[in-house]
Write a new protein. Sequence first.
Length: 301
Amino acid sequence: MSEVDSVVIDQLGYLGFEVADVAAWEKFATEVLGLVAVDRRDDGGFSLRMDGHRRRFVITPGKADDLSIIGWQVRDEVMLAKVASKLGAAGVEVVESSAERAAERFVGKMIELRDPAGLPLEIFCGPALAETPFASPVVRSGYVADELGLGHLVISSGDFEKTRAFYCDLLGFRLSDRIVADVHGFKADLSFFHTNGRHHSLAFGGPQRKRLHHFLVEARSMDEVGLAFDRALGGGARIMQTLGRHPNDRMFSFYAKTPSGFQFEFGWGGRHVDDATWEPTTYDTISEWGHHPPQFLTPGK
Ligand SMILES: [Fe+2]
């Protein structure tokens, strides 16, 4: 690929969720995930901070109870123009957002489009940064975010090759690895993709009930995972997978349900990828240990 053709997404910039119970989301996001609510809006919606960015999650009231925006950040307007022209040349319908719409999102410039499964994407440059350093009263050591992006997400997808071509050939994602495994009686075939040093910012492997299976936030210390697990067990969120470690990104994590029904992964210790030396592999298990369904939490079963 020549330099002229090369398109690079820097990071997962923000996620939007349309949620039925805004109050439950605020309680969950601040008390369980430890994010900080900011920019409250007249419609009852609000945003959430996790690092030096002004906001990383946009919570909007609505019936969908699902992912409503995936925001991918590029380095500048030159790269944004390059991305738009590459997508346009491939026949993807791209809308250049108005200045008002970009300002609403607290970004400099933005384009809007849909991925092959119809998921709404916003690709932008120039995110607003926060005026104060980030501090969470709950997750005191903070999150691994900033230049690595907010975390990762596992999205619903259709035709694998179409989706791979869209994200890799048009948006520059690189394959990290693949997991083909039996997971609690279901055959999983997931592919993981990176766009910076984080092992994966994106993964997919077929359709999901909602637009996303889960999103991940990664804390800076292992104890934060245990503390978050305790908060979930204490009634903050329904555990879906117990503590465990994935073989590919080495993430030590657990999974639980958000108030909208899709899941989150709360983790620590994710490995980094160096494109100069990285060789994609295929794993035959989704977890080295743990990540059991919640009935394993009941003694004697
Ligand atoms: Fe994950």
